[in-house]
Design a protein around this ligand. Structure first.
Ligand code: PRP
Length: 212
């Protein structure tokens, strides 16, 4: 049995659709209930629905053998897992954004609101920029509007949230997309099964690319 952690929400639904098309469907996964584990004994797969930011934790610690997770989560958590494949879905970027009229004073400490503490600290450390980092769990765009921070470090997908809040992207930190990750021991013990899944996904991605 290969245990697969999927991120709850839109990305997870796309990820599961890809897994199903690649030959690993499982009855009930897309039902709108509260169940968190689904299993197809014949195919040898068991799916877990977990919070997007928890996928790599399950995989790193071996509670799941593989998982599908945004590369932003991997950057932030520095997860000790193998990254097998860029699935291309969930494409967005990690960026610094600020109010459209914000003029940075390079001499002052920059107040940065974000849920990406590690990413933000590393990004500004590389630029020898003094920052005061403020951890928020969500709706980060509000922080500079109400004076809690000068800028934010957050995900930008369509840019609509920034625009509607009178903010603009200033710097791109990293491009982001969903990755297939694997637990390091599972790669040894379940290598054939995991390679089979990876090959199935690659074939499916090529089909999709051919359709574009
Ligand atoms: C994410 C992200 C931005 C928004 C970007 O938030 O944190 O707020 O999506 O998308 P856009 O560029 O297409 O507008 P999410 O909806 O996950 O909620 P959150 O604010 O609670 O993190």
């Amino acid at each position: 049995m290969v245990n697969i952690a999927l991120p709850k929400g839109r990305l997870g639904e796309k990820a599961y659709a890809l897994m199903a098309a690649a030959g690993y469907p499982c009855p009930g996964v897309m039902d709108n209930g509260r169940k968190l584990i689904f299993e197809d004994e014949a195919l040898g797969v068991r799916y877990y629905w977990v919070k997007p930011s928890d996928v790599a934790v399950y995989v790193e610690r071996g509670a799941a053998d593989i998982g599908i997770v945004g590369s932003d989560v991997l950057l932030e958590q520095r997860s000790d897992v193998y990254e097998l494949l860029d699935l291309g879905i969930g494409a967005c970027r990690l960026a610094v954004a600020a109010p459209v009229d914000f003029v940075e004073d390079p001499a002052a400490t920059l107040r940065v609101a974000t849920k990406y503490l590690v990413v933000a600290r590393q990004y500004y450390a590389q630029r020898s920029r003094r920052i005061d980092v403020i951890y928020l769990n969500g709706s980060v765009e509000l922080a500079p509007i109400v004076g809690l921070s000068d800028v934010i470090v957050d995900i930008v997908e369509t840019g609509a949230t920034l625009k509607e809040n009178n903010l603009e992207p200033r710097e791109t930190i990293a491009q982001v997309s969903a990755r297939l990750i694997v637990n390091k021991s599972a790669m040894k013990f379940l290598g054939d099964a995991i390679t089979g899944i990876r090959t199935g996904l690659i074939k499916e991605l090529k089909k999709d690319a051919a359709c574009v």
